[in-house]
Design a protein around this ligand. Structure first.
Ligand code: SF4
Ligand code: SF4
Length: 248
């Protein structure tokens, strides 16, 4: 644990009601960002990855690292390469999160299908990460974004262990939990997340389910899409097109 935690401080924090935490934090975030006109009631954010488009260039990972000052060796988003062969053999790799692309490597089986799969926090509707947090530092905003309050986080790492998608890490300097925020500082100003803007082939898209004209909403409503590991019942808000059944 990276922060000294007194028993009194812990009990005081735990005694605060979840409702007060959430309301206060939402108001604080908006005020901090100077977003007096932003109304989260108008948004329910959603993310769409088209794995059939991704070329594994890593520009999204680079953009995220820069935008969010992600420390070297850690990732808020990353890209995995799946190579699938006869007999059900599967090789998955993600060298340095795919930030510099993927070198050609020789496998000992014949590859019949290959694809790149960008990954990030799924901003789940049923969030194991927030449920295990003992101090309410992990929470979901009214516009559907799962965030960490770094002033409240005690660095216990429970949420890192609880996330079945490996989306969280403990920041090596601040010692608090860190993860993708969908660039909350950008989206609440009407901008797209940095990864979406950086992708040269449109493999990543971001939308608002409360806007009936939103193209991402329309795609999710009318085309076959999947979520990662649906059997976990986490109900991700990150959807995928072009996935193979081998992708986890
Ligand atoms: S992907 Fe992991 S960190 Fe993100 S909301 Fe789901 S459980 Fe939490
Ligand atoms: S920038 Fe786009 S194409 Fe390149 S790795 Fe990321 S998602 Fe794939």
């Amino acid at each position: 644990m990276g922060k000294e935690t007194t028993r009194r401080g812990f009990l005081e924090a735990a005694a605060t009601t979840a409702l007060a935490i959430t309301l206060g934090r939402k108001a604080g975030l908006a005020a901090e960002a100077g977003l007096s006109e932003y109304n989260w009631e108008d948004y329910s954010y959603v993310y769409l990855v088209d794995a059939s488009k991704c070329i594994g260039c890593g520009m999204c990972v680079q953009a995220c690292q820069k935008e969010n000052r992600v420390p070297d060796g850690f990732f808020r988003t990353w890209v995995e390469r799946y190579r699938i062969g006869e007999g059900g053999r599967v090789e998955v790799d993600s060298p340095n999160g795919g930030i510099n692309g993927f070198p050609a490597t020789i496998l000992d089986f014949k590859v019949t299908k290959g694809l790149f799969v960008p990954k990030l926090c799924n901003h789940c509707k049923n969030t194991p990460c927030t449920q295990v947090c003992p101090v309410g530092a992990s929470y979901t905003t009214k516009d559907g974004v799962v965030l960490v309050d770094d002033k409240r986080c005690i660095g216990c790492g429970y949420c890192v262990q609880a996330c079945p998608y490996g989306s969280r890490y403990l920041h090596p300097v601040s010692h608090v939990a860190d993860k993708c925020t969908w660039c909350y500082h950008r989206i609440t100003r009407g901008l797209k997340p940095a990864c979406v803007m950086a992708c040269p082939v449109g493999a990543r898209a971001f939308g608002n389910m409360k806007n009936l004209q939103d193209p991402v909403r329309k795609t999710i409503a009318t085309q076959p899409v999947l979520v990662l590991q649906p059997e976990l019942l986490t109900r991700p808000n990150c959807y995928y097109k072009g996935l193979d059944k081998e992708v986890r």
